[in-house]
Design a protein around this ligand. Structure first.
Ligand SMILES: Cc1cc2nc3c(=O)[nH]c(=O)nc-3n(C[C@H](O)[C@H](O)[C@H](O)COP(=O)(O)OP(=O)(O)OC[C@H]3O[C@@H](n4cnc5c(N)ncnc54)[C@H](O)[C@@H]3O)c2cc1C
Length: 476
């Protein structure tokens, strides 16, 4: 007679074996898994399979989770099958798009990962300036297809980020001031909700869901595809200007004044970083998406300021602009992030920021100040779930290192910087940059829209089936 498997991870010859368990800790019978597998077109990956170790890795190597099953979906029918299998077997559910969430919300221990990373289909309609994009596409996938038609969808600044997680949390990038947030450019969502039913959410169908998905994160279901509005963006003027770190205070003050009067075609971030050789520096990274001759004039004061050690502002295809910072965020490093909007970028705030950043514990670490406003700030706070429409500076602290044994030191530094900037914080947060934070911070990120989001969560996901996200509790 076959012996029933034990209920906890078991050790065979000192090797831990991970298993699929329900939320009560009971191992799910393999016959049930086989039944699910038979009806699944994509790939089912389980602990012990050859591809398991690779499939459970995400961008942030600090996250070390062991799902009981990874259901790599090939299409909408697979997503429905995975949602139903998870619900019927009471599994903990994680949904994976690009796997870039710094807190590792794309993974879980023992439960199921509904993995969309093979669903990357993109269709651009050049006539209507729209793009239909599946939920596993990255920004690089999207930019590659839209660029062929001289178009772009506003998204983020690192090409390997998943469009799904980014758009659901808002989405800021080089086109945010001219064309708004990524979520402002969604025309419709195809989504599978917790009941396993496919739905469309748009201005005319399931309007409440459409409102919630534009900034409400992964709380409401698995988005299988997005229909985006695209804009005529092809060659942009952009790049990096870098100065020695001892100029940081004056460069950031200049950046503040420069961004206040810049046209909306320009989006610029300031960053306290290190050169590849480990030399502390301060940089302004900017992108101008309008007429190039006009752009040259706009950049003039920035390029004339001080004596940069590097000035690489130049015309380039937009997809190239989208990869400029990729090398600074490689897969497989340890990462810990803190972020907050600042009330104002005062001289005092800049002084504290630079002083603390100068004591960073890793040369892979960076601190960025991002100014949005423009089109993003003209949408009303209650028009979509994304509430943080104010034109304030967003501070993003990115601690990054290689050796997991050093984690406490680097995390301590990032927390220390966040603490010292607290007096300047507006108490508001950008959902996409939140690491592992408490409920209060998540609530503050949703701001005045939180209560309405709870109501919509209750309607579409009353049992909090989708809970591994910046969670909105349905009030069980
Ligand atoms: C290096 C780096 C650079 C970044 N740059 C930017 C930036 O420029 N602008 C910006 O706005 N953000 C940026 N972010 C933040 C990023 O947008 C969020 O971390 C986002 O959640 C990542 O989406 P993903 O699909 O890659 O992540 P995942 O880790 O796969 O998922 C993140 C969350 O979204 C949910 N989710 C993913 N796919 C789906 C889906 N199809 N349906 C429903 N829920 C889903 C997941 O369950 C999870 O809760 C960056 C992150 C990193 C690591």
């Amino acid at each position: 007679m076959m012996r029933k498997k034990k209920r906890t991870a078991i050790s065979e010859e000192n090797k831990t074996v991970y298993e699929l368990k329900d939320v009560n800790g009971t191992v799910v019978d393999q016959d049930r898994v086989k039944g699910f597998q038979t009806a699944f077109r994509g790939e089912i990956i389980q602990p012990g399979d050859f591809s398991y170790e690779k499939a459970r890795k995400i961008w942030n190597a600090s996250i070390d989770k062991h799902p009981g099953i990874i259901a790599r979906c090939a299409g909408v029918a697979d997503v429905i099958a995975a949602v139903n299998f998870a619900r019927e077997n009471e599994l903990l559910v994680a949904v994976r798009g690009g796997g870039h969430n710094v807190a590792g919300r794309a993974l879980c221990d023992e439960g199921i990962v509904i993995d969309l990373s093979s669903m990357k289909g993109i269709h651009v309609d050049a006539k209507s300036h729209t793009a239909r994009v599946q939920g596993g596409a990255t920004l690089a996938d999207l930019d590659r297809e839209t660029h062929v038609f001289g178009l772009a969808v506003p998204a983020g600044v690192i090409s390997k980020t998943g469009i799904a997680g980014l758009a659901l949390g808002g989405g800021v990038g080089w086109l945010v001031r001219k064309y708004g947030l990524t979520c402002d450019n969604v025309i419709s969502f195809d989504i599978v909700t917790a009941d396993g039913k496919p739905k469309v959410a748009s201005a005319n169908e399931n309007e409440d869901l459409f409102w919630a998905l534009r900034g409400g994160g992964g709380n409401f279901g698995v988005v299988t595809s997005f229909e985006f509005r695209a804009h005529p963006v092809s060659t942009v003027l952009g790049g990096l200007i870098m100065y020695p770190r001892d100029r940081a205070v004056e460069v950031i003050r200049f950046y503040r004044d420069f961004t206040q009067s810049a046209p909306e075609e320009l989006t610029a971030y300031a960053a306290l970083v290190y050169t590849p050789e480990g030399v502390p520096a301060v940089a302004v990274i900017a992108c101008y998406c309008g007429d190039l001759t006009e752009g040259e004039k706009v950049f003039k004061p920035l390029r004339a300021f001080g004596s940069p050690m590097l000035d690489e502002i130049q015309p380039m295809p937009f997809p190239q602009m989208q990869t400029l910072l990729d090398a600074a965020f490689p897969d497989g490093n340890q990462n810990y992030w803190k972020s907050t909007f600042l009330r104002e970028l005062s001289d005092d705030a800049i002084a504290v920021l630079v002083e603390h950043a100068n004591r960073a514990t890793s040369p892979l670490t960076g601190v960025t100040i991002e100014f949005y406003g423009g089109a993003a700030s003209r949408v009303g706070v209650s028009e979509s779930a994304f509430a943080q429409r104010q034109a304030q500076y967003d501070l993003v602290i990115v601690a990054q290192w290689v050796d997991p044994g050093e984690s406490q030191r680097h995390i301590g530094w990032a927390r220390g910087l966040a603490d010292s900037m607290r007096p300047f914080s507006s108490g508001a947060y950008f959902l996409n940059f939140l690491g592992e934070e408490g409920e209060d911070t998540i609530k503050a990120a949703f701001g005045p829209n939180y209560d309405r989001l709870v109501g919509i969560k209750k309607k579409y996901d009353p049992k909090n089936f989708f809970c591994l996200n910046q969670n909105i509790k349905p009030g069980l």
